[in-house]
Design a protein around this ligand. Structure first.
Ligand SMILES: [Zn+2]
Length: 443
């Protein structure tokens, strides 16, 4: 018996997941927020004659992207006037990012950035993201503000506050409390959930790291930290503790499958081995690593060891097509090997593997029973597409500008290039106002 009330989407091409060959004239049936059936367009029409049909001619239907690491508030800092550019990673944090950005962020700025980022995500095909907030002056309740906005907008997200001791014990504790406050609201049905996050080994004492990890264990959520983004942290750990960052986490009993380690740019062979043997999850941010002059992460080496990796924007260029392009290209240059980082590997890190890395089940692929988080992308490529080249065509020739429609949990959020139910121009003006406040140019 065919069930009623579904929506059949009939595109030119379907990429259900990177491990499956793309299929021409195949589509999906969406019902109750999930993918009900994946079949040829013809079969879908015959099987479900009473369904609403969306003819998506000239489009590729594919999963919505999973952005594994964002700092939404970061958008407010784009273009901030600076007297001089930071000269290294430490001065980037100490002279710029901490005093001029993070320490000035307040609730109004967070609201404007969250609203804008939700629109930016939808416009560029992202349906799920993982955000890390660091804004000591915004405590408490900043995560609850973010959660309310994102739930109203109907995107899927994981949120956390990057707790650390750089501003003293009281603020550090407030950061932990903020995470727990959000985690306590977690339910299986909600699109938005909280997890535990700390900054780094050099801004957190061992006791603090252990306590945060224990709370993550107690609440059965991921524990996140930024790791070895520049050369600084590994060297600092060697100087301070006599071993490198992941050896330190291992010693603290933190390394393991609950550990979500973002950046992982500078890793010793021993650290790669520790990450792999412990089942630590990683997030790779090729473009922001370039931005801060951080280096190029050994991602092909980690994938070789079966490490689960998500792709992220770090809040820099949030268009996941651009992030995929970065991941597709920079490792070829570093290893002088055009065969490394295949298109389907990169696509998988931006979708299914990205979701798994964040601990999300039934997200990131167009499979029966999976969440109906999907996008329709312009299929008019400059050269003919085939099942052999389609994923590479998407990575090389598409960007957010080619995203036509986006659905999250079965609801259209972007249709024909327009974000639904939102005054985008109004959001942009609000963001400008809040950016000027941050820059000290009150408007
Ligand atoms: Zn980050």
């Amino acid at each position: 018996m065919p069930s009623k009330g579904g929506l059949v989407i009939q595109p030119d091409w379907l990429i259900s997941e990177s491990s499956e060959e793309p299929k021409q004239n195949w589509g999906v049936r969406v019902c109750d927020g999930t993918i009900h059936t994946v079949a040829s367009n013809e079969e879908l029409e015959t099987k479900f004659p009473e369904d609403e049909i969306l003819l998506a001619e000239g489009k590729v239907l594919m999963p919505g992207f999973v952005n594994g690491h964002v700092h939404m508030y970061g958008v407010l800092a784009h273009g901030i006037p600076l007297e001089s550019a930071p000269s290294d990673f430490w001065s980037f944090l100490e002279k710029f990012w901490w005093p001029l950005v993070e320490d000035r962020i307040d609730h109004e700025m967070i609201s404007a950035a969250t609203n804008w980022l939700c629109s930016e995500m939808l416009l560029t095909g992202t349906t799920t993201f993982c955000d890390i907030l660091e804004a000591p002056q915004s405590l408490p309740e900043s995560l609850l503000i973010e959660k309310e906005i994102i739930e109203n907008r109907g995107l899927r997200a994981l949120l956390s506050f990057e707790a650390n001791e750089r501003s003293g014990h009281e603020v550090a504790q407030k950061g932990i409390d903020e995470n727990i406050r959000l985690i306590e609201t977690n339910t299986a049905e909600d699109l938005v959930a909280g997890f535990m996050s700390v900054h780094t080994t050099f801004t957190c004492s061992d006791d603090f790291l252990r306590r945060a990890f224990e709370l993550a264990e107690e609440n059965n959520v991921l524990f996140h930290a930024h790791c070895n983004e520049g050369v600084y942290e590994g060297e600092w750990c060697e100087k301070t503790y006599g071993h490198r960052t992941f050896e330190h986490y291992e010693k603290l009993g933190i390394n393991g499958s609950r550990f979500l380690a973002s950046q992982c740019v500078h890793l010793s062979e021993k650290e790669i081995e520790l990450i792999s043997s412990a089942g630590t999850r990683c997030v790779h941010m090729p473009l922001s690593n370039c931005e801060v002059g951080g280096g190029i992460a050994p991602i092909p080496e980690l994938l070789e060891q079966d490490v689960s990796i998500s792709l992220g924007s770090d809040g820099y260029i949030n268009d996941m097509f651009e992030v995929m392009r970065g991941a597709f290209l920079i490792h070829k240059a570093r290893l002088q090997d055009p065969g490394t980082m295949k298109a389907d590997q990169v696509f998988e890190m931006a979708t299914l593997q990205g979701a798994k890395t964040l601990g999300l089940e039934n997200v990131g692929a167009l499979r029966s029973g999976f969440a109906a988080d999907l996008q329709l992308v312009d299929a008019n490529f400059p050269t003919p597409s085939s099942k052999e080249n389609l994923i590479e065509q998407v990575i090389l020739h598409r960007s957010g500008h080619h995203v036509d429609s986006v659905m999250v949990a079965g609801e259209w959020k972007l249709k024909n290039g327009e974000v639904l139910g939102v005054d985008l121009e109004g959001q942009r003006q609000t963001l400008h106002r809040q950016a000027r406040r941050l820059w000290g140019e009150d408007g």
